[in-house]
Design a binder for this molecule. Structure first.
Ligand code: NAG
Ligand code: NAG
Ligand code: NAG
Ligand code: NAG
Ligand code: NAG
Ligand code: NAG
Ligand code: NAG
Ligand code: NAG
Ligand code: NAG
Length: 813
């Protein structure tokens, strides 16, 4: 099953140019048709993609029938399946969007996809097995593309296969016990040899006339771990090879889409207006206004004018190197550089000097360089847009997630692709505790209202704060459940099944900083991913399998006006985001009384429609910076349901860190729903509220100022809201010790100045990078010792490898 076997045994070797014509990293000129034009306008799918998808449809239909039959096996009425499978155009189309997030994302995504793969042990029993076989598109960004590239370019191997051969220091796939940037660990001779190989590959490409950059280095260095059985990590392996493989030709795998972003020459960074570049088995290009063209990926590197080779009959092949394209889609070196840290810049300078020689100071040394520019002279761009991307000789690319959209929604939500449901695998780490907070969804939601996104649609999502406060990042959630709610958008987008990384059997909130993992850690992350995608193998909700089935069927059910099974009704109540935000669950009002161990009893009568607010407590104390607030509240609504209301109480506890402060605050929200008939005789409700609470306060070190708030909200059918709000401002004038709670009020009113936290960190980087000129095998060790006084976002301890240091910055790939 390993690619070496493919190489040696299969038909691939006999296919002309499936590998680079030079069988190395260097592209080369080959003959091609005199009238070849490699460009098409982005006015629809390529014929190649359309006919491939038609073939795939036949495969997915059979797989989805099997999957949905299993998912709905305990439904009372299964007639919906008959309607869906009576005609091929009625069958739902499924896509998966795998987020970035470094290796955490690689393995988390792998685990979630494994849960959908009928080749995974247990997936057909306590997982979503078969869903992957029913999936048409598989899109990925950054760390997620390390996962997708690995399986796709290893003959569509399964995660289970990789698990079965997983080991440490044995050259198996994903054997990253050593980091890619320190591949030998203590064996510096090995590291030197590896880096000499990478240098050699770069030199070959440069000698063939193609500029190289650190993006090439990045791609080559990591690919050794994805294609360990291929010579030098598949140094001569080309992306378009995929077109020739049996597994692709028989449409036995989904259509791969990975993303980069094009950056203007001379600019720094990218945003929504920078074209998103799709990299697919056939195409390389963008739907967005300033390019609006796709190039045949196989002929990247050919010098063209409006798609025609400037030397008719002469094309370049081998530029579409797998390593280079992976390096492109995960290239965030510039992003790191932009942090403007003396330390990171020194590292990047060193790498550039060592690997790039004379071009080490070029302004685009950190960008993936596509020169010649495949879009040069094309005319499909929208009039009025910046024409730089079609006039420059080179095209410069970075990681597709750098604009904040770290889940690749855009390609799979394109109207042209006709997808009905998108499974969004979120391994990002933007919450304080390194779990997802939903921000990638918010970015893509917002982008549709910009020029670049005006032809795209994305379902409504709440703001990030609401996302976290409602706990939408803690379990699967469906977005865009009702097409009828989405009619204000450009078109009705697919339903989204959001699957966040949640700790089940493993604390999966691992830093993106971590670039080496033992086999055990990799397996832990994969298993936890499986559990995150399945509500803990369905232990947390035995109905979840059926609910996923409902999500898959929804758009077609709406379109065809089919009966909606009552089980699906219940699922949607449980899993759909209903449009509420944090404002709906609590209403912050001020409250008087003291804080400590307290309790109050209030009895109030209100009319049905009036909002009712009771002030429980206000605290305004200068000493506080951390508040642990616990509350218990019971509320009786006398006239609901014949005075027998037995309220359900749900607690949401959220801890947040204050800026530059180790403290935090806890919010407790209590919601009481008083079910029952609102129409009482007197048209009034009488409430008795008994609340008690305990607060524990701490003064946190070096806390400049913070607002802390604890709130308990109670709402019934009449929207009764009770809140406790605690506000504190604490200032500390020292930075050395934990303050006792004896701070005088003077300290507070001064709002004393606190010098910012300054933790000198010594970073020592020791790797064996050979100098480019060196021909001897005993290249000098490369070592940097840096005093980092500005204490960037992370405080470093001890010795980091170069790799970890570079990536620590990022939180993104
Ligand atoms: C590639 O995968 C297919 C399907 O799993 C398998 O039949 C085939 O033998 C594999 N090819 C090689 C060369 O291993
Ligand atoms: C969930 O299923 C996976 C795959 O079968 C398995 O590896 C894992 O141990 C299971 N987890 C639990 C908590 O049962
Ligand atoms: C370097 O390349 C040579 C030749 O392909 C290969 O035999 C060797 O294993 C590579 N070394 C490392 C450390 O990758
Ligand atoms: C690199 O620069 C050196 C010194 O300036 C020069 O001798 C050498 O020819 C250059 N090499 C390339 C490949 O341009
Ligand atoms: C992981 O999450 C747990 C629970 O939220 C938290 O206590 C821990 O600090 C987090 N780990 C990291 C590295 O942030
Ligand atoms: C759909 O739901 C969102 C979020 O609740 C709301 O803002 C929007 O106005 C609704 N649109 C329609 C057409 O109902
Ligand atoms: C919260 O309070 C504000 C102002 O007091 C009010 O306008 C708003 O409607 C309240 N929201 C809810 C959900 O009760
Ligand atoms: C909060 O409490 C303070 C002091 O009791 C009061 O002056 C203020 O008006 C209150 N704010 C609200 C929104 O009720
Ligand atoms: C508050 O109550 C808790 C538990 O009821 C008790 O352990 C604690 O000592 C009390 N604190 C004060 C200040 O009374």
């Amino acid at each position: 099953m390993q690619l070496k076997a493919v190489l040696l045994s299969s038909s691939i070797l006999s296919i002309a140019h499936a590998w680079s014509p030079t069988n190395s990293y260097a592209p080369a000129t080959v003959d091609c048709a005199d009238d070849l034009n490699i460009i098409r306008a982005a006015d629809g799918l390529s014929d190649s993609e359309s006919s491939w998808v038609a073939k795939r449809d036949a495969v997915t239909q059979a797989a989805l029938k099997t999957f949905l039959t299993r998912a709905t096996s305990n439904f009372g009425d299964k007639s919906i399946l008959n309607s869906l499978f009576s005609e091929s155009s009625n069958v739902p189309r499924v896509a998966i969007a795998a987020s970035g997030g470094g290796y955490r994302a690689t393995f988390g995504d792998a685990g979630m996809v494994a849960a959908m793969d009928d080749r995974t042990d247990g997936a057909n029993d306590h997982g979503l097995g078969g869903l992957l076989q029913g999936t048409t598109y598989l899109a990925a960004i950054s760390g997620g593309s390390w996962f997708t590239s690995t399986v796709v370019f290893n003959n569509w191997t399964s995660v289970q296969d990789i698990i079965n051969q997983m080991g440490d220091n044995d050259g198996s796939i994903w054997d990253i016990e050593q980091s890619a940037l320190s591949p030998g660990g203590t064996d510096t001779a090995f590291t030197n040899q590896r880096f000499e190989n990478i240098s050699g590959a770069l030199n070959e490409k440069a000698a063939a006339g193609f500029p190289t950059s650190l993006a090439d280095v990045w791609g080559l260095a990591f690919s050794y771990y994805f294609f360990p059985s291929l010579p030098e990590g598949g140094v001569g392996y080309t992306w378009s090879t995929i077109q020739e493989t049996d597994v692709f030709q028989n449409a036995e795998m989904p259509y791969l889409i990975q993303l980069g972003k094009a950056q203007l020459p001379g600019a720094v960074g990218v945003d929504f207006s920078s074209p998103t570049i799709e990299v697919t088995p056939y195409d390389f290009g963008s739907w967005e206004p300033s390019i609006k063209s796709f190039a045949e990926i196989k002929y990247l590197g050919t010098e063209v004018s409006n798609g025609s080779p400037v030397t008719p009959g002469q094309c370049v092949e081998g530029f579409d190197n797998v390593n280079f394209l992976i390096g492109t889609c995960t290239n965030l070196i510039e992003y790191v550089e932009q942090a403007n840290s003396a330390y990171y810049n020194a590292v990047i300078d060193q790498l550039a000097t060592l690997f790039l020689g004379n071009s080490s100071s070029n302004s685009d040394r950190t960008l993936a360089i596509y020169s010649p520019n495949p879009f040069k002279g094309t005319t499909n761009y929208e009039s009025g847009s910046d024409t730089t991307f079609v006039t420059e000789d080179k095209l410069l690319l970075v990681d597709g997630g750098i604009d904040g959209q770290v889940i690749p929604f855009i390609p799979v939500m394109k109207e042209e692709r006709g997808v009905d449901v998108v499974f969004a695998l979120d391994q990002t780490a933007d919450a304080d505790d390194l779990f997802p907070n939903g921000d990638s969804l918010v970015y893509t939601y917002e982008r549709q209202f910009t020029e670049a996104g005006k032809f795209d649609a994305f379902p409504y999502v709440p703001d990030i704060e609401s996302f976290v406060e409602l706990g939408l990042n803690k379990k699967p959630v469906f977005f865009g459940c009702d097409a009828s709610n989405l009619t204000d958008l450009s078109y009705v987008p697919p339903l989204m099944v959001y699957l966040p990384n949640v700790a089940h059997s493993f604390a999966s909130n691992i830093s993106t900083l971590q670039l080496s993992f033992t086999a055990e850690e990799r397996l832990d992350l994969i298993r936890n991913g499986f559990e995150s995608a399945t509500m803990g193998n369905f232990t947390e909700d035995p109905d979840f399998l059926g609910c996923v089935g409902c999500a898959v069927m929804r758009r077609k059910q709406e379109k065809l006006g089919l009966e909606w099974p009552e089980e699906c009704q219940q699922c949607f109540t449980n899993y759909c985001w209903d449009g509420s935000t944090k404002d709906d669950i609590k209403n912050t009002t001020n409250i008087s009384s003291t804080v400590s161990n307290s309790s109050t009893t209030t009895t109030t009568t209100t009319t049905d429609s009036a909002d009712y607010t009771t002030i429980l407590s206000t605290m305004n104390s200068g000493e506080l910076s951390t508040i642990h607030f616990e509350t218990s509240t019971t509320i009786t609504c006398h006239e609901c349901e014949q005075s027998t209301a037995s309220p359900t109480v749900t607690y949401t506890t959220i801890t947040k860190e204050c800026q530059e402060c180790e403290g935090g605050f806890t919010e407790v929200v209590t919601t009481v729903s008083c079910e029952g008939d609102e129409a009482t005789e007197s048209d009034t409700h009488k409430y008795t509220t008994v609340s008690s609470w305990t607060t524990t306060t701490e003064v946190c070190t070096e806390c400049e100022e913070m607002d802390a708030m604890a709130s308990a909200g109670i709402s019934s059918g009449a929207k009764v809201t009770t809140e406790v709000q605690v506000t504190s401002q604490a200032a500390s004038s020292t930075k050395s010790s934990t303050k006792s709670s004896t701070m005088s009020s003077n300290d507070v009113s001064e709002i004393s100045h606190v010098s910012s936290i300054s933790i000198p960190a010594v970073l020592q980087v020791t790797t064996g990078i050979p100098s480019q000129a060196s021909s001897s095998s005993s290249s000098s060790l490369y070592s940097v010792v840096i005093n980092e006084n500005t204490a960037d976002r992370l405080s470093f301890q001890g010795i980091l490898t170069l790799a970890a240091a570079v990536v620590s910055f990022v939180g993104l790939i």
